[in-house]
Design a protein around this ligand. Structure first.
Ligand SMILES: [Zn+2]
Length: 174
């Protein structure tokens, strides 16, 4: 390979890499809301959930990008995250039927089981403010804020029948 050809290839490789690096943290198109379906939870606990579900995954992180505590493990309304969020790594919060929601969707998990209980007010407030700030930051429209179990092809009741769907929709619309 001559020098000119090498420089052309090297230059375009760097260009593509830079473009990809700039696109990577800006690619988010969806926000997917979940519940943990358990009464308590922490980052360590969710990391273990992921290890159990996907043994051997080199991304040893929680399945979601954000977790919102309920006072059992994390503080009530506390927003926590780990390196999946820091490096904008794809999520593992939706099934393989909907990989675009994993790759392009920010996963938020509320600790709690809302098939059985109601979402505490403070936890709900944190969810609304986090969702709104992510919608602003990534220019995500309300229609792309979705609930796990309502995505076609998913067989789960997540985030639970007691989740205040209408109230949440209204809250993020203002
Ligand atoms: Zn879910």
């Amino acid at each position: 390979m001559n020098r000119r050809r090498f420089l052309t290839i090297a230059g375009s490789t760097i260009g593509i890499t830079c473009a990809a690096a700039m696109w990577w943290p800006k690619r988010w198109k969806y926000i997917v809301i979940h519940h943990s379906a358990g009464s308590s939870g922490t980052i360590e606990f969710l990391q273990q959930v992921h290890r159990d579900r996907q043994a051997g995954d080199p991304i040893d992180a929680i399945p979601y990008h954000y977790v919102i505590g309920n006072g059992n493990g994390l503080q009530m309304g506390e927003i926590a995250s780990d390196w999946r969020r820091d490096f904008n790594i794809w999520g593992t919060h939706v099934s393989a039927n909907n990989m675009s929601r994993n790759f392009l969707g920010i996963g938020i998990c509320l600790i709690g089981n809302f098939e059985e209980k109601n979402v505490p007010a403070k936890q709900f407030e944190s969810l609304v403010s986090l969702t709104k700030s992510l919608m602003r930051e990534h220019t995500i429209p309300g229609r792309n804020v979705v609930f796990h179990g309502m995505i076609e092809g998913e067989s789960t009741k997540c985030p639970g029948r007691n989740f205040p769907f209408d109230k949440f929709r209204n809250a993020i619309a203002t």
